[in-house]
Write a protein that binds this ligand. Sequence first.
Ligand code: GTP
Ligand code: MG
Length: 217
Amino acid sequence: AQVVQAEFVKSSVRTEDCPSDGLPEFALVGRSNVGKSSLLNSLVRRKRLALTSKKPGKTQCINHFRINDSWYLVDLPGYGWIDMDPLWHRFLWFSYASAPQELRTDWGKFTKDYFINRSTLVSVFLLIDASIPAKKIDLEYASWLGQNQVPMTLIFTKCDKRKKKKNGGKRPEENVKDFQELICGFFQTVPPWIMTSSVTNQGRDEILLHMAQLRNY
Ligand code: GTP
Ligand code: MG
């Protein structure tokens, strides 16, 4: 299940613009700063593959990376800017403001269209930061995906981080358990989940194996 080849293919604004070769794909989603680009780079064992496609000021919409010439990893824009500190907010506002008008009206709308209408999407990988307590917006996002029956795998990131008072004083394992208990409220069963770290590469093989199994269903 290892990655032997990875290449950036294209950035798309609409679901209709995405590659049409019918290869199966997995989308990485989550709050800005949760570690999506880092995870992608960890999975493909490259330092800057995700970054090289990131052009500040030009909107990065739906980014397709072809793996082993047979499936895609898809990088989507992060959500949850409201939670971030004002400086970041201001910085991101510039890229947001330079995005096409149709995206400016509702940033979330086109990702949601993608989730619902992209027929080759095998599963969404929802990234949750395990170094901090559960955030309302992550629970809302998980519940939206659940309600719309979008297949989902939970990826807990930054599991290498030690507990810190300013981050709620809990270990990653405890934050993960709290999150799972919270989402039990609106799911019959907890979706599959994997603990990861892009620093230690924890979870890398598990994710790739899980993706291989999902592709073979
Ligand atoms: P956006 O592109 O803004 O949506 O963010 P992103 O989700 O792509 O996050 P990115 O990969 O850029 O990582 C954000 C920050 O978290 C960086 O400073 C990373 O070094 C750090 N980071 C990401 N993954 C990990 C991890 O597993 N462990 C630790 N300790 N830090 C991480
Ligand atoms: Mg990123």
